[in-house]
Design a protein around this ligand. Sequence first.
Ligand code: NAD
Ligand code: ZN
Length: 352
Amino acid sequence: MVSKVVFGRGSFTQLGEILAPMRLNERAPFIFLVDDVFEHNAVLLAKIPLLYNDQIIFISAKEEPKTSQVDNLVNDIILGSSILPSGIIGIGGGTLLDLAKAVALMLTNNGSSEDFQGWDLIKNKGIYHVGIPTISGTGAEVSRTTILTGPTMKLGLNSDFTPFDQVILDPELTEGVPKDQWFYTGMDCYIHCVESLTGKYINTFSKTYGETAFDLCKEIFLGNLDSNEIQDKLMMASWHGGMSIAYSQVGVAHAMSYGLSFLLGTKHGVGNCVVFDHLEAFYPDGVKLFKAMKAKHNITLPQGLCANLTDQQFDIMIDVALSLEPLWENAIGNDWKTKITRTLLKDLYSKM
Ligand code: NAD
Ligand code: ZN
């Protein structure tokens, strides 16, 4: 679990006092990995408490994190300073949060991050790392994984060392998220809840978080809340949805969305929505509610993503999706291999 968390509108201004006791010495900088959408946001940048050799690195969230990107960042940080940093602070959405977690881990684990894609392969504690979400839904701020696309697979560095040491949840930071993106990333949270609550791995611990997040999503996406309430509640839904899947598992939408993302670079939130829209057979109630949310917010999902793919490309997506065995086992049960065929997946992908 995340060791420390603060929540509240404006809590981002506490960053300086939170970091101060964690500084190792004046030569060991804090490195801030910041979504480049904020590169010209003077108000936000003024609140980043830079001292000594602290450094801001702006990173685009246009593409999802890659193992090569993590390795390059780690090399640059090591080359740029004679000693390890005091900490890594990620400011942004799931993309920046995952990069911050991965860089903090790879600074203390030798090798390429692609060698650590999997479960519990990380052997050494990472350096101090802080997550500050600026868009809500993924649960990356609370999870024990950092999802990376490598040369052969899209898979996280799942480990007990992965969760942040500190998270700052300031809903005001989500002001300015474009409407479509707000919906896609928010639906990631909703889909986490549906997949967790209907899965075979569900247990009372996970269910408590999942139900809370699910109810919050219904209020947020189908109710009549004001914009501050929406920001506050979606940030808490994201947290609880993330906690729910951390102690259970996701399912069919995520497995298939990873295939889209690996082959086509489709981003997580929108990819999940594109897939989930076709999953009535697996999640009838969840998909019905999803369609109502989509209609209420006038969201038009991308169409025809798979229209011109070759058989070989379909095979790549199907291989990636089927490789995520725990997700299928959670969604369908131990006998999933007898029920989920390549033909079924190809038919579904063909509709997207
Ligand atoms: P994101 O970080 O990719 O950002 C989406 C877009 O929103 C970007 O263009 C970004 O610049 C913009 N944005 C972010 N905050 C903004 C703000 N306040 N104002 C204006 N624009 C803003 O989006 P995401 O959906 O949060 O993250 C997706 C990533 O999260 C994927 O890489 C996915 O694999 C990962 N993920 C991780 C976990 C986990 O447990 N580690 C779980 C789910 C998803
Ligand atoms: Zn997700």
